[in-house]
Design a protein around this ligand. Structure first.
Ligand SMILES: *Cc1c(COP(=O)(O)O)cnc(C)c1O
Length: 172
């Protein structure tokens, strides 16, 4: 299997922002679960998007394809799913629904390391990109830090450029 790559960033928050910019989501609506952390939503506003909220399921505390479908409009460009407290969302259904509608899928995996969905570690599913957090309160901490992972090596390349002020060559 081919894997696009991973990019270390300074936080999950800036990881989310870089993914939005790399995917060119400016101007669209972006769906979040009603139960999540605020910073990826604040970054969506800073990046020129309109956040929209999908309810979560009472049992899993996660967004589902049913709650997502209730808020999707013609302007929906992306959805950020949060695997709340390490319990993965029903990703097969969400990925299939979003691919039919042409909606980008981003996974907020700040709580999710080392969770798996159907034997696949979170971060290896076929979403557009996943971001992790290594902040002090997370399951794996480096004090602060984050990581972007994606199957799409072109997207990782663009994220790397954006994370270094638009430079395409690093100091080395
Ligand atoms: C902590 C958290 C973030 C932000 O992580 P940072 O690395 O502190 O920026 C994003 N989403 C969720 C769900 C979180 O719990």
């Amino acid at each position: 299997v081919r894997f696009g790559g991973a990019l270390a960033v300074s936080s999950a928050t800036i990881g989310a922002r870089i993914i939005y910019e790399a995917l060119g989501l400016w101007g669209g609506e972006i769906v979040f679960p009603a139960l999540t952390f605020i910073s990826p939503i604040a970054e969506a506003i800073h990046a020129g998007m309109t956040p929209v909220f999908a309810d979560v399921d009472r049992g899993s505390f996660n967004m589902t394809v049913e709650t997502l479908d209730r808020v999707v409009t013609k302007r929906t460009r992306a959805v950020v799913v949060t695997h709340y407290a390490g319990l993965p969302c029903e990703m097969d259904e969400i990925l299939m629904y979003c691919s039919m509608k042409g909606i980008r899928v981003i996974e907020d995996a700040a709580h999710a390391l080392p969770a798996s969905y159907r034997s696949m570690p979170i971060g290896t599913l076929r979403s557009d990109a996943t971001f992790f957090s290594f902040y002090a309160t997370k399951p794996l901490s480096t004090g602060e830090g984050g990581m972007i992972v994606s199957w799409n090596d072109e997207l990782i390349k663009e994220c790397r450029r954006l994370s270094l002020h638009g430079f395409d060559k690093d100091a080395y």
